[in-house]
Write a protein that binds this ligand. Sequence first.
Ligand code: CAA
Length: 258
Amino acid sequence: MTYETILVEQRDAVTLITLNRPQALNALNGQMLSDLSAAFAAYDADPTQHCAVLTGSEKAFAAGADIKEMVDKDGADFFLEDFFSGWQSKVVATRKPWIAAVAGFALGGGCELAMMADFIIAADTAKFGQPEIKLGVAPGMGGSQRLTRAVGKAKAMDMCLTGRMMGAEEAERSGLVSRIVPAAELLDDALKTAATIAAMPPMAAMVNKEMVNIAFETGLAQGLLTERRMFQILTATEDKKEGMTAFVEKRPGVWKGR
Ligand code: CAA
């Protein structure tokens, strides 16, 4: 499959997706949504692929939704197209794990896209922000919701109301990113991390992802019940039998993915 705005390659069981609109600092336009939707669907459907990494360039992960694509649209256009809805229904809907590897600008929709990942690994050059207020709007791809859940009200308000950028150190301190690595090591580190995840029992990886996400979408009692049920469901897999037997026999597990 060929794409206009992204590059996709497979490295063993890891799919690497690179945003590729350098002339626009990887601004997210309709074509990119369509390309990413297709790439994530292909990744989800490919039984040989077990983790993905989404990255951008050294200068920008993505500088936001494409302002030039939005400048001439009116309110009815945005409403009738249900603008931005595809990010939730196509990209967030990915069932297998994926990591965002962020260097440079991750602003507006770029920050929001990174927050759609299961977690973010940041280069020391990463800069996150929700500057939509400066354009007379507000986040529209989850920024006000996911940023607030990640960093809390005070910092999310600060970011959304001032439009300022947050560097990698502050992002790690605030819980937005899982760790910081030197920019030159970002891709290697993210690919190695993805390979570690890809070597896990695949259904267990999907269920772990789903369960952590449920923690953000439900109350504690319901979340704990769901967790217990998901645990019980996983015990019915062949990989559970293999994983526990392999532990007892002091050898690595060999996964069937079911
Ligand atoms: N949309 C469209 N084009 C963009 C863009 C965007 N979000 N961000 C950058 N570009 C383009 C610039 O227009 C420029 O193109 P031209 O050379 O053709 O003019 C090119 O990328 C390089 O950008 P700059 O010359 O501005 O680069 P810089 O290094 O001087 O500045 C920057 C970098 C600070 C990131 C600056 O580009 C910037 O502020 N970009 C916009 C950031 C922003 O407001 N993002 C939020 C968008 S709205 C949104 O995302 C809504 C939502 O919730 C989903």
